[in-house]
Write a protein that binds this ligand. Structure first.
Ligand SMILES: Cc1cc2nc3c(=O)[nH]c(=O)nc-3n(C[C@H](O)[C@H](O)[C@H](O)COP(=O)(O)O)c2cc1C
Length: 172
């Protein structure tokens, strides 16, 4: 599969089977995250891997949607603003950009391994800090639930709803 095929395959999966995810595949996703680029190579992130039902229940509390209950695994991506690069000209903190790249590395690696995943940012970050106190000083920015999709055809039959190229590209 080439990169464009993989990009087309990745889609947000919100329905998971209860097939457990192999340890090697989980490590593959984490390695994809580790290798992500970051501003000044600061790598201002931490990844909390969650697979135990008890801890997954806490993830559900932070994002109470029925579909997330079936995800057999989740990665919480945290950033450390003390480590991230701030642009000198305007002070812009690049932590979220760094986290986003790592997140998409994870999602693409998941799709390559026939695993579904979904970005989730609309979660209760304060509750997340309370329920996972070991990372209290870090900011949780993205949840990535993942697992085998209930319907593997989701990879081929999910339409890509995107603006047309000429709506978003300016050429000089
Ligand atoms: C930054 C970001 C935040 C997102 N947050 C959520 C979310 O909280 N809940 C959710 O169900 N999907 C979330 N999504 C998934 C988007 O809805 C999805 O990527 C978009 O509709 C395009 O569909 P696709 O991923 O299937 O290509 C998020 C995606 C991104 C990139």
């Amino acid at each position: 599969m080439n990169l464009m095929q993989l990009i087309n395959k990745r889609c947000s999966v919100r329905n998971y089977s209860d097939t457990p995810v192999e340890k090697e595949k989980i490590e593959y996703l984490l390695e994809a995250a580790r290798l992500a680029p970051s501003a000044t190579n600061a790598q201002p992130w931490k990844f909390l891997l969650i697979t135990s039902p008890e801890q997954l229940g806490k993830v559900y509390s932070c994002y109470p949607r029925e579909w997330i209950k079936n995800a057999p695994a989740c990665i919480i991506i945290y950033v450390d603003h003390a480590q991230s690069w701030k642009r000198a000209s305007d002070g812009k903190d690049h932590a979220d950009i760094d986290a986003a790249i790592a997140a998409e590395h994870i999602c693409l690696a998941a799709a390559e391994q026939d695993l579904g995943s979904c970005w989730v940012c609309n979660f209760n970050t304060e509750l997340c800090r309370e329920l996972f106190p070991q990372n209290e000083t870090l900011e949780p920015v993205i949840l990535i639930p993942f697992g085998y999709p209930k319907d593997p055809e989701v990879f081929t039959n999910t339409p890509k709803k995107r603006k047309k190229l000429d709506e978003i590209i300016e050429r000089y």
